[in-house]
Design a protein around this ligand. Structure first.
Ligand SMILES: [Zn+2]
Length: 251
């Protein structure tokens, strides 16, 4: 299977969820030499690469937003997510970040080595926390100021250098909505390839404080209780969608 990306778009057949074969890939400069295997011993021959932004799709194919088609890809959704992260890693590690020498691919693992100074670079994974705050039979839903989709969801933010996930949760909750929380409980995690996050989700109980939103991050935050109309919440395929649905107040 060939996973060809242009920016945040994936190349698919124009009228179906079919991936391009080698001949179509070669037409846009994604020949065998340009394709990166997703695993070192990749028996399924899953390959990926990024093409330049000005490349047009070959006849019969179209570039579509990966985020929009992820659910339609079914069993290949997770593979496409990995492919996007691997192709992004290849695209952004052509030269050593220490001494600017062209990097070489390891044959033993998914790693770039610098032949001059020995620096290694693996695909980047950025942990991010997500937390749904509960207060009695209510949950706190927020609409992020920067996201295009104005859905009501749990709070989220990247873990900073030197922090544990739990420390990131306490810091982000205080910064974004002015609350203190307690009784953190792990819910689950999900790889989120936009561009290389690992979402780690928790629930927490309200402890103290009054709602005070950080306006450049959060457009609106409100408590949802039993009988309240449920607003537009994230899709079920995302961990945010599962976290919110698992904790909706019963009417
Ligand atoms: Zn180097």
């Amino acid at each position: 299977m060939n996973f060809i990306f242009r920016g945040d778009e994936i190349l698919l057949h124009e009228s179906s969820i079919d991936f391009p074969m080698a001949d179509a890939c070669a037409l846009i400069g994604a020949g065998a030499d340009a394709l990166q295997p997703l695993w070192v011993s990749d028996e399924a021959s899953h390959r990926t690469c990024h093409v330049a932004r000005d490349i047009e799709a070959p006849p019969g194919f179209a570039f579509r937003k990966l985020r929009a088609v992820l659910a339609e890809l079914g069993e290949y959704g997770a593979v496409a997510s990995r492919a996007f992260q691997v192709s992004e890693w290849v695209r952004t590690h052509r030269y050593c970040g220490v001494c600017a020498t062209p990097m070489r691919k390891s044959e033993k693992e998914l790693c770039f080595h610098c032949p001059a100074c020995g620096f290694s670079a693996y695909p980047r994974i950025s942990p991010a926390m997500m937390v749904l705050i509960k207060r009695g039979d209510q949950i706190l839903l927020a609409r992020h100021a920067t996201y295009a989709t104005a859905r009501y969801t749990a709070l989220a933010g990247f873990v900073e250098a030197g922090e544990s996930i739990e420390e990131a949760i306490h810091r982000e909750v205080l910064e974004e909505v002015g609350l203190r929380v307690k009784d953190l409980r792990y819910f689950g995690s999900q790889s989120w390839p936009f561009p290389h996050s690992l979402m780690i989700a928790y629930t927490a109980e309200y402890d103290s404080g009054d709602l005070k939103i950080q306006e450049d991050e959060i457009a609106e935050a409100r408590w949802l209780g039993p009988g309240d109309e449920v607003p537009d919440i994230p899709m079920l395929e995302s961990i945010a969608g599962r976290l919110v649905r698992a904790n909706l107040p019963s009417a």
